[in-house]
Design a protein. Structure first.
Length: 188
């Protein structure tokens, strides 16, 4: 019961932080060394109702690696914790039942941006948010189901490997960003 109560509190707190960051864009700029990440977003223009209209240029590298990673991965990663916490709070969730809140979360965020005139509605952000939600769900359910079948030592080793991979990916992302920044500065 305590785990469920704590998870409910964390779910509510994370949802409030998401609204503050994704809707009100309260975190417009982050600096990591020479790298400056702008999260202000687009505040005007037509809504994007065509799926993959903004995702494809990012995947094809037309907007640059850093911008693509920030937009694609950022919209996914921010909803992973929600997807992870939902099956803890609502124990009878299946992957099919999780699709509804996954898609709804993205729609709510995008609708709030449009209604409050702090951003535009982008169906691609709904898709990416839903993917993040579902990744969080699978990140909870797969280990939970596997934990019943696998020894605790194996779970700990797997967790350490996953953490090392995540840290390596973050270091690689930062390294690529610094490398691209240096190349850009060398041109001038």
């Amino acid at each position: 019961m305590k785990t469920r109560l704590k998870s409910t509190f964390i779910l509510i707190a994370h949802s409030a932080i998401l609204i503050k960051v994704m809707v009100f864009k309260d975190l417009p700029l982050i600096r990591i060394g020479p790298l400056m990440l702008n999260f202000g977003g687009t505040h005007n223009g037509p809504a994007n109702l065509v799926p993959f209209k903004t995702i494809l240029p990012y995947l094809l590298g037309k907007k640059g690696l850093i911008i693509a990673v920030i937009n694609l991965i950022g919209n996914i990663v921010l909803l992973v914790p929600i997807g992870f916490l939902v099956p803890i709070v609502f124990r009878n969730m299946t992957w099919k039942k999780t699709l509804v809140p996954a898609i709804s979360a993205g729609f709510v965020i995008e609708a709030m941006q449009a209604l409050l005139h702090v951003g535009i509605f982008d169906i691609d952000d709904v898709i990416l948010n839903g993917i993040g939600f579902m990744i969080g769900y699978w990140a909870f359910t797969i280990p939970a189901n596997t934990a019943r079948l696998v020894k605790p030592k194996t779970i700990i080793i797997t967790a350490v490997i996953v953490i090392v991979i995540v840290i390596a990916a973050a270091v690689a992302f930062y390294g690529v960003a610094v490398y691209q920044k240096r190349r850009l500065l060398q041109r001038f």
